[in-house]
Design a protein around this ligand. Structure first.
Ligand code: SF4
Length: 249
């Protein structure tokens, strides 16, 4: 397999009948590789522990198209996730081209931490970007994920300038990014860029068993999911600033 081979990519899961990865019923394809190392990452398979296997783009598309009739009925389609799928520009472009060629809705889930050229390289093929914002303060973001925010925020702003359909999502991790200062900065960032909605993704602990089964320890341990009361406070803080909030799950 050549690096960035347009015909092949390394896949660690293909989830059919996904309902949280964009509108309608979808198939989500998870690609190996991520420049971040979030301590709460639900997908350690992305970090290359031998769980991914090379798949031809044609084979992935064939798998995705098995549920074509469900997409048509529900307004669903293909979601490309990871890891960070946009690390792999050529094969992801080929996959999206194949899906669009069949009239499917396409969604890309991204951390934003790739060169802007990689967004430009798929812009015409993506109906929805689900774009994670994890922390607004760059040094703190680097502490939590291993990378700074500058490129991520520049890519978010660029996508909006291009008129892309972007759904911003924030993993809400109690004690790590749910403080009032960060929530305020999040609201300010969104408002400044004319994006007036945010999807909160509450932290959960389901992934811990997955790590242990893989012989790994998660980077973040001992946290509890946000309480309903805390979730309501965060929601209220955002809404008071003019940001419409949805909560995933
Ligand atoms: S960006 Fe996503 S896939 Fe990458 S480490 Fe963070 S949570 Fe995991």
């Amino acid at each position: 397999m050549r690096l960035n081979d347009p015909e092949t990519c390394r896949v660690f899961d293909v989830q059919r009948f996904s309902i949280h990865d964009g509108p309608g019923i979808r198939t989500t394809v998870f690609l190996e590789g991520c420049p971040l190392r979030c301590g709460w990452c639900q997908n350690p398979e992305a970090f290359g522990h031998g769980h991914a296997k090379p798949m031809l783009i044609a084979a992935i598309l064939a798998e995705v198209l098995k549920d074509e009739s469900y997409y048509a009925l529900s307004g669903g389609g293909l979601t490309v996730s990871g890891g960070e799928p946009l690390l792999h520009l050529a094969p992801v472009r080929a996959l999206l081209e194949g899906a669009k060629g069949r009239g499917l809705h396409t969604c890309v889930q991204t951390s934003g931490a790739v060169p802007q050229a990689h967004f430009a390289g798929v812009l015409d093929l993506v109906d929805l970007f689900q774009f994670d914002l994890k922390h607004m303060d760059s040094p703190r973001h680097r502490q939590l994920t291993g990378v700074a925010t500058e490129r991520i925020h520049a890519n978010a702003a660029w996508l909006l300038q291009q008129g892309a359909n972007v759904q911003f999502r924030m993993p809400l991790i109690p004690g790590l990014n749910d403080d009032a200062e960060n929530i305020d900065a999040m609201a300010q960032f969104l408002i400044t860029h004319g994006a007036l909605a945010l999807c909160l993704v509450p932290y959960h602990r389901l992934y811990v068993d997955k790590y242990r089964a893989m012989g790994l320890e998660p980077g973040v341990q001992g946290l509890e999911p946000p309480s309903d009361a805390r979730l309501a406070q965060v929601r209220q803080q955002l809404e008071q600033r003019g940001v419409a909030v949805t909560v995933e799950g």
